[in-house]
Design a protein around this ligand. Structure first.
Ligand code: ADP
Ligand code: MG
Length: 574
């Protein structure tokens, strides 16, 4: 892009120049550094060479010294001494030479050191300084460029202003031209009217026409100009119209915004008012609350004061009570302290008392037991006496209720009758004749199993006391033997009831007696004795007399099960 201002161009050119200069200086610097490096390597090589020479000389010296030593040991005498002197001189010379070489080496090193601040380095430093300066200058030039660009901007703005003003003046000119064209039209009208006038004024017309030709030309010119200006005006009007439209739209927006603002303002005012009202209300409420709280607090305060007075009087009355309480407390404390001792003592005496009481009870128990045993003996004796008095063999009759098998009609019912006054008598109607029997007791059909059992119950006691007991049922089939002895499960007969009683009696005496109960079941049928619990029920057994002379009978080989309860027996039977 073409720079519009020469100053900027100049600055840019100088910057480019400076850049070039910088590059060139950097190149020079590089070349100088290379040269310096080359010289340094040369010097290092020289010093190495010199060091090598010095080393050689030292080696020579060492050899000479060895030679001297060797000669000294070999020769001895004056020749050797001479040789030694010679060698010493040689040695001395060599040492001098070495010193000289060392001096040269030092000189070279010094030179090398001196070269550290030689002209090249100085030049280098100068160039670098210059480079810095140039960079600074470039910076300044850039700042200046920015300033200039700002200026250009300002000028462009001013140009826009000027254009605006030019437009205004053009508008003015357009107005002027319109005015002129109006005047031209007027004058043309005047000419036309004059033409319409009579001949005497034709001269005037002619002159006017001559003038008019000139005027026409001018008019033409001005019309063309007018044309141009009108075009311009048209354009301007277009612009104006657009601007007006813009203005209108922006006015509309402004109106809208104003309306909105007004709306917001009213809203704001309303809110403000509301807020003020609320604040007022809150303030009122606060004041009211404060007043209320104050009055309440006063009332409470009064009550508290009264309470305080009451509490004070209470306190005065409580003090003596407290004193007595303290006294009580102290005595209680003493008691508590003494309590363990007291307790121990009490326990000791209680234990002694209890021991004594136990002893007493024991002795009473023993006494009672003794008495009980005596009573038991007495009872046994009485029982046996009773049994004896009742008769060792007793015969009871039981008449069962009439069954279907007995037939129907009045005969069946009246076959057996009882004596109302004697329960031991039974009347039997046999072939039209009444026969009477006397037994120990007769049970009528309505007698229960319980009643029948009560009559044989004493036999169980005899059995426990060690006597042999036998209950024997006799009668024709269907007379009721099984019913009386076995009964039903709901209404058991003598067997079950006797066993129940036997075991309960044994249990109640278990503390003092040892009992062993065993069960055997045998059948005597057609003179044959059979073991019903045995493994071979067909085997025939025999009844024998006990060999101990007691006169007791026993059946050798009869199966015996020892049992503990009625249930055990029932299990054995099944
Ligand atoms: P047995 O054993 O003597 O042959 P049962 O005991 O079998 O005779 O009795 C025969 C019938 O009579 C059975 O049906 C039995 O229930 C009934 N029976 C016997 N004695 C009574 C009684 N005292 N009360 C009611 N029914 C009885
Ligand atoms: Mg039977």
């Amino acid at each position: 892009a073409q720079r519009p201002f020469p100053v900027i161009q100049k600055v840019v050119a100088s910057m480019a120049h400076l850049q070039e200069e910088k590059l060139r200086l950097q190149e020079e610097l590089l070349a100088l550094q290379e040269k310096l490096a080359a010289r340094e390597s040369e010097e290092i090589a020289a010093s190495v060479q010199l060091r090598g020479q010095v080393e050689n000389l030292k080696a020579n010296l060492r050899e000479q010294a060895q030679e001297i030593g060797r000669l000294r040991s070999e020769m001895g005498g004056t020749d050797a001494e001479k040789h030694r002197d010679l060698l010493a001189a040689e040695n001395e010379r060599l040492r001098q030479e070495m010193k000289a070489r060392e001096g040269e080496l030092r000189e070279l090193r010094r030179q090398q050191a001196a070269c550290r601040d030689c002209t090249h380095l100085q030049e280098n430093a100068g160039l670098q300084e210059r480079l810095c300066q140039l960079q600074r200058e470039a910076e300044e030039a850039r700042a200046k460029l920015a300033e200039l660009e700002l200026e250009v901007q300002q000028k462009t703005n001013r140009l826009a202003e000027v254009e605006l003003r030019l437009k205004d003046s053009l508008a003015e000119r357009a107005q002027e031209e319109e005015r002129l064209s109006r005047r031209l039209r007027d004058s043309q009208e005047t000419i036309a009217s004059l033409r319409a006038q009579p001949q005497q004024i034709k001269y005037i017309i002619k002159t006017v026409e001559v003038e008019s030709a000139k005027a026409k030309q001018a008019l033409c010119e001005s019309q063309s100009r007018n044309q141009y200006l009108q075009e311009q005006v048209g354009m301007q009007r277009q612009v104006l119209k657009e601007m007006e439209q813009q203005l209108q739209s922006s006015q509309k927006t402004a109106a809208q915004l104003r309306a909105q603002i007004a709306m917001y303002e009213t809203e704001l005012e309303r809110a403000h008012g509301q807020m003020l009202e609320e604040m007022q209300a809150m303030e009122d409420e606060k004041n009211r609350a404060i007043e209320e709280a104050f009055s309440r607090a006063q009332v409470e305060m009064k009550a508290v004061h009264e309470n305080l007075a009451g509490v004070r009087t209470n306190l005065l009355t409580l003090q003596p009570a407290l004193r007595t309480l303290t006294h009580d407390y102290n005595s209680l404390k003493r008691q508590v302290r003494d309590f363990p001792l007291l307790l121990q003592e009490t326990l000791r005496s209680a234990r002694a008392e209890i021991g004594q009481a136990i002893e007493e009870v024991n002795s009473t128990n023993r006494e009672l037991l003794r008495k009980y045993r005596r009573e038991l003996q007495l009872r046994k004796k009485c029982h046996n006496e009773l049994v004896r008095l009742k008769g060792n063999i007793r015969v009871f009759g039981r008449v069962r209720p009439i069954t279907k098998e007995d037939g129907e009609g009045p005969e069946a019912v009246s076959a057996v009758t009882f004596d109302a006054d004697d329960d031991a008598v039974l009347h039997l109607l046999h072939k039209g004749k009444q026969v009477s029997f006397e037994l120990d007791k007769v049970f009528p059909p309505q007698a229960s199993q319980e009643e029948v059992f009560q009559e044989v119950q004493a036999l169980v006691t005899s059995c426990i006391d060690g006597y042999n007991v036998c209950i024997f049922a006799y009668g024709q089939t269907g007379a009721g033997k099984t019913y009386t002895m076995e009964g039903t499960s709901a209404n058991p007969g003598i067997n079950q009831r006797a066993l129940q009683l036997l075991f309960s009696e044994v249990r109640s005496k278990a503390a003092d007696w040892d009992y062993a109960i065993s069960v055997s079941v045998a059948e005597i049928y057609n003179e044959a004795l059979r073991d019903l619990l045995g493994k071979e029920p067909q085997e025939k057994l025999e009844i024998k007399l006990c060999p101990d002379g007691s006169g007791q009978l026993y059946v050798p080989g009869l199966t015996e099960f020892s049992v503990q309860s009625v249930e055990d027996i029932n299990k054995v039977r099944h």
